[in-house]
Design a protein around this ligand. Structure first.
Ligand SMILES: [Zn+2]
Length: 100
């Protein structure tokens, strides 16, 4: 399961090749927001009358299948392996076997 704080590598779309941290996982876990990726400009309405509206950059979510988790230990883009520790199934990096 992908979670907030994971480092991922984007494998598809216009942001392909970028690495970033997950800042948000949407409710059903099929979409994630990656820090600094898939930015778009949004015009914000002025909060009060007489103020100017501003243009802010917002990260759009991307589909979770378009990212690959990067191992925090060895930095390798990895497919997850499974291991059993103390009777619990855990996800591990296939390369260095660190727990993900
Ligand atoms: Zn690793």
């Amino acid at each position: 399961m992908i979670k907030k704080g994971d480092t991922v590598y984007i494998i598809k779309g216009k942001e392909r090749g970028k690495t970033g941290r997950i800042v948000r996982v949407l409710k059903d876990s099929t979409r994630v927001v990656v820090e600094g990726a898939n930015m778009y400009k949004k015009h914000a309405r002025p909060k009060q009358q007489g103020q100017k509206g501003e243009i802010i950059s917002v990260s759009r979510s991307i589909h979770a299948s378009n990212v690959m988790r990067v191992c925090g230990k060895c930095g390798v883009r990895t497919r997850r392996g499974h291991s059993v520790a103390n009777g619990t199934k855990i996800e591990v990096c296939k390369k260095c076997h660190a727990e993900l």
